[in-house]
Write a protein that binds this ligand. Structure first.
Ligand code: NAD
Length: 734
């Protein structure tokens, strides 16, 4: 069996069915793309064939391109990978153009109608094949989504999708689909012209066939192949188009700060392509696509945000030989901010939840969080009343420990206090079964210490959620010294059920994510004390792709939390504590009662409605801005190395066990410059040798916290990269 099959029915309609061998989802490979061409040729040259319907033999239509194909082509192309990638892309254009022209002559006569019957979710090259067809029919299943999400993994639609779709709807309308990568349900997709007709699933192929049999020459000519075609909404030098292109350029640069090569390249494809004939525009698309694929940022993003993220979600680090540990009933202790969110995501995944707090009204308030979430969904027409009732019926809000009976997992989210946590651990173990796994959501307390309160430390583990729980995609699983494989497997299976991405790390102060983000915040605060202009600190961070500047991050997480963590860390580290200079600023802010967003006053000023306005002017009275300011790049390197060196140390110390987790965790956990593919990918991009050189300079200028870790120095000496030295099979495939 091949990935595509070809059958001609009694009426002369050729049905090309996509059903990738041995895969649950259709993804396009170079070989299967060859088959598409072969079957199109066959249909166009066979006089008995009147037209074609392309559909899928699977539940969904297509997931996109097999990204490993691009890696293979690159490897096969020896010392000229750009040429190999460009030729492959142009070959794709040729195939889809042949499909689109369908045998028409110069006068647009004599072609054969080709329809696409999209029976489920359709993304990437699947959508691009559909766009090349003459008419698109999609099943009316609202769960099926269609779109071009390439931009989200650092590339853009390079199979003609950018040129075709922008010429169909114009730049403005194309933006949500191309620049934001938005996937749409069939109804919305029809509004956006991604599909032409939405029909019942049972009738899908029949409707497409019927159309093929009745279509005329006129029905199958694309607007850009007709005389007098005008770019919808105006090309760049048209008065209306001028406004759109200027606006889009500003928007892209505003959103990406210029660090995402794909977004800029995509805009260039549309801008340049709109001014030339269609086939030239495809060539321009192929050139920019190659340019983006050759950019190390794109391959790093694909590796972390697509290949490795998926591998982790599919259980790449799950202990082997442990049977399925899916959770049926979870007990959530503490119905505060975190507990309420954990109950919500668990119930949404169909898991029965017991939400326990000290007082019934606190437990009820925690459950009300789920009610509010579902009500919001109802007002947006995304949730039905029945669904709301069903999800709410899964949550029992209580103060009674007896209700925890039958739980196979406990997630504890009470106050961050070891003695309270120990008390609840003991109380839980009185009522739950012997095989129940106990997880703590602590953000700072060592798991191995907390496990001492348990009778079964091998069943004790950390499951660290990020706030807000329903929005944040990462969950950090922390193994204590005695945590066993079943507990790890349970945590991983639970995270899979609630559809988040897991990383598994070993127990050490602040685990992984907080360990890296705290030095970033501290470096920002340290610079304030040194007299660096706060706006420079904040903008330097954003210009290098961090979602929030360090000072804004303090305001969001609150100054008092920072003070609490600083005091606890100093108490634990004693004389080795390195952050007194940071604390001076932080504690002073605390004394000024500028606690951040929650008090409407922090490093920033806020208006009455809580909108962030500008850096608080009073900061400069206490910490005057120095006359001489550092270079942008120096500020950026201090902020980036503060995080990446911590990631390297975590790897050296065995806290991180897999570099993939270090990179994926950094992007999903605290938004580390996604364009870079993560801190370790960033070091690979700049090279260990240069990184070492910079660290030595930063150490001389600013202190030992920038000292080059031995691992990095060794890699510099050997000319190694992280993704070579620590390559695993999956990481290697990228
Ligand atoms: P919170 O103060 O909002 O909620 C804690 C809840 O626990 C309260 O409702 C309280 O009544 C309840 N509680 C306290 N003692 C209890 C007991 N003995 N029995 C039952 N319930 C009890 O706190 P939070 O922000 O939800 O944090 C909870 C835990 O999650 C902490 O360990 C914290 O470090 C951790 N955490 C917090 C964040 C965050 O951003 N807030 C992120 C990750 C982890």
């Amino acid at each position: 069996m091949a990935d595509f099959t070809y059958n001609v029915d009694a009426d002369g309609v050729a049905i090309i069915t996509w059903d990738a061998e041995g895969k649950s989802m259709n993804v396009l490979t170079r070989e299967s793309f060859g088959l598409v061409e072969k079957f199109i040729d066959q249909a166009l040259t066979d006089d008995a064939v009147k037209g074609v319907v392309i559909t899928s033999g699977k539940k969904d239509f297509a997931g996109g391109m097999d990204l490993n194909t691009l890696a293979t082509i690159r490897e096969e192309s020896g010392d000229n990978p750009a040429q190999g990638l460009f030729d492959f892309t142009m070959k794709g254009h040729e195939t889809l153009r042949k499909l689109e022209r369908a045998g028409m002559d110069d006068k647009n006569k004599g072609g054969k109608p080709i329809a696409c019957a999209i029976n489920g979710t359709c993304a990437g090259i699947g959508t691009e094949i559909a766009l090349a067809c003459h008419r698109r029919f999609m099943t009316d299943n609202p769960k099926a989504k269609i779109g071009l999400p390439e931009i989200l993994v650092g590339i853009f639609p390079g199979g003609g999708g950018t040129v075709r779709y922008s010429r169909m709807v114009g730049l403005l309308q194309a933006s949500p689909v191309l620049l934001e990568g938005r996937m749409m349900d069939p109804k919305k997709a029809k509004g956006a012209q991604l599909v032409d007709e939405v029909v019942e699933a049972d009738n899908l192929v029949a409707a497409a066939r019927e159309w093929v049999l009745s279509a005329t020459d006129k029905d199958i000519v694309k607007p850009w192949d007709q005389k007098g075609f005008k770019f919808p909404g105006g090309a760049p030098y048209h008065p209306a188009g001028f406004m759109n292109f200027v606006g889009a350029s500003a928007m892209v640069n505003g959103k990406t700060q210029g660090v995402y090569p794909a977004a800029k390249a995509l805009l260039s494809v549309i801008y340049e392509g709109s001014q030339v004939p269609f086939d030239t525009a495809l060539k321009i698309e192929a050139r920019w696509f190659t340019n983006v694929l050759m950019n190390p940022s794109s391959s790093a993003m694909i590796r972390s945000l697509f290949i490795n993220k998926q591998a982790l979600e599919k259980g790449a680090v799950r202990p082997q030989g442990v049977d399925d540990q899916s959770v049926k009933k979870v007990g959530v202790l503490g119905a505060g901010m975190m507990g309420a969110g954990i109950a919500l995501v668990s119930a949404l995944a169909g898991i029965e939840v017991v939400l326990l707090d000290q007082k019934q009204d606190a437990a009820d308030k925690g459950k009300a969080y789920t009610t509010a979430h579902l009500d919001k969904g109802i007002s947006r027409k995304k949730v039905t009343e029945e669904k709301k009732e069903q999800v709410l019926s899964l949550i029992t809000a209580t103060t009674d420990y007896a209700a925890l009976k039958g739980c196979d997992l406990i997630v504890e989210a009470v106050f961050e206090d070891p003695s309270i946590k120990a008390t609840v651990t003991k109380a839980v173990e009185e009522v739950v079964g012997e095989d129940c796994i106990f997880a703590t959501n602590t953000s700072t307390l060592p798991i191995s210490e907390l496990a001492k309160a348990s009778k079964r430390p091998e069943q004790f583990i950390g499951i660290h959620f990020f706030s807000p729980v329903d929005k944040m995609l990462l969950v950090e699983i922390i193994k204590g010294a005695e945590t066993g494989d079943r507990a790890t497997a349970k945590a991983l299976d639970y995270v899979r059920q609630i559809r988040k991405t897991p990383i598994v790390v070993n127990d050490a102060r602040f685990f992984y994510a907080n360990r890296c983000i705290i030095p970033y915040i501290n470096e920002g605060i340290r610079m304030v004390a040194e007299g660096v202009e706060p706006a420079l600190i904040e903008n330097a961070a954003k210009l290098v792709g961090m979602p929030l500047g360090p000072l804004q991050l303090v305001d969001e997480t609150s100054v008092d939390l920072g003070v609490k963590i600083a005091k606890a860390t100093k108490a634990a580290m004693g004389d080795d504590y390195p952050d007194d200079a940071v604390d001076e600023v932080l504690f002073w802010m605390f004394d000024q009662e500028r606690l951040g967003r929650k008090s409407n006053a922090g490093f920033y000023d806020y208006d009455d409605k809580g909108k962030r306005i500008e850096i608080w002017k009073g900061l400069a009275d206490q910490y005057p801005v120095a006359d001489e300011q550092p270079d942008l790049i120096d500020v950026q390197h201090r902020l980036l190395f503060a995080q990446t060196l911590e990631a390297v140390r975590a790897l050296e110390e065995g806290v991180l066990m897999d570099i993939r987790e270090g990179d994926v965790g950094a992007i999903l956990g605290w938004g580390f410059a996604p364009w870079s593919g993560g801190p370790l990918s960033w070091l690979d991009i700049i090279g260990a040798e240069y990184a070492t050189e910079r660290c030595d300079q930063l150490t001389d200028a600013f202190g030992e916290r920038f000292a080059t870790p031995a691992l990095l120095r060794d890699m510099a000496a050997k000319g190694e990269k992280f993704y070579e030295r620590f390559a695993t099979e999956a990481a290697d495939a990228a």
